[in-house]
Write a new protein. Structure first.
Length: 259
């Protein structure tokens, strides 16, 4: 167990909980620790889905630690590696497992940017998200101006970034910023249940689908199709997929429809 991140496993789901009282600000040191956590999970074949959530009531990841940012701007010493922010967000997109932000409270600024790098976002009824950096004289600095428009469209992203306006759970889902609103009570139980249709699938198919989705969004349509085709062939010729397809054909022959 690290200083700020705790990892628990529920079946094929790894839940990484961030606890840095009193307000769950993300320091450079805590982000450096998360980089190590994600690197380890990437190599764990028993984990099919990785979830990030907050362990301080009312907070997912509040935002980047402003004290760290101020010291960085003044050229003063800080704990941790400032470049870990970029590597961590790249890891959230690059590790084989789909990554999920389970937003159980405030996710502003850097906290929102961490969620944007995840494959999916699930938000508690009391959760709220936003990029309020302009309110303190800066702009998003960890991908917010790039990932948010790709997720919710350039017009809506511009409105949120230029105004610094925060959105609640229902609006987050309505604009495509989050995938679903789940109850506050027993939130992680609801998250685990929601993720079961994903976690039960093979790790190889989840990894390939995630790669095609993430890299395809950064490529031309034709390049994306080529990547998809290559990954399809790699899976189709593998023993795991062939065994599953044989079982499916057998079920069809018996009159059932497993898919």
């Amino acid at each position: 167990m690290g200083e700020w991140w705790r990892t628990d496993k529920r079946d094929r789901i790894a839940i990484c909980t961030f606890e840095r009282p009193p307000r769950n600000f993300m320091s450079f040191a805590a982000m450096t620790e998360l980089e190590s956590v994600l690197g380890g999970l990437a190599e764990d074949d028993s984990v099919h889905v990785v979830v990030l959530t907050g362990g301080v009531e009312g907070y997912f990841i509040a935002h980047a630690d402003l004290e760290d940012l101020t010291k960085l701007g003044r050229g003063e010493h800080i704990e941790g590696d400032p470049t870990s922010w970029f590597r961590c967000l790249e890891l959230l997109e690059a590790i084989p497992q789909p990554t999920v932000a389970a937003i159980n409270g405030q996710a502003h600024g850097g906290g929102c940017e961490i969620s944007l790098a995840c494959t999916l976002r699930l938000i508690a009824a009391s959760g709220h998200m936003g990029q309020p950096e302009v309110l303190v004289g800066i702009i998003p600095g960890a991908g917010g101006t790039q990932r948010l428009p790709r997720l919710i469209g350039p017009g809506k992203a511009a409105e949120l970034i230029l105004s610094g306006r925060v959105v609640g759970a229902d609006e987050a889902v309505s604009i495509g910023l989050a995938n679903a609103v789940l109850p506050d009570e027993d939130f992680l139980d609801h998250v685990t249940e929601w993720l079961q249709p994903i976690a039960r699938n093979t790790r190889s198919s989840l990894a390939a689908a995630k790669q095609a989705l993430v890299e395809g969004m950064r490529s031309t349509f034709e390049e994306g199709l080529r990547l998809e085709g290559r990954l399809f062939v790699e899976l189709q010729t593998g023993e795991e997929a062939l065994d599953l397809q044989d079982a499916t054909l057998e079920s069809y022959a018996k009159g059932s429809d497993p898919i």
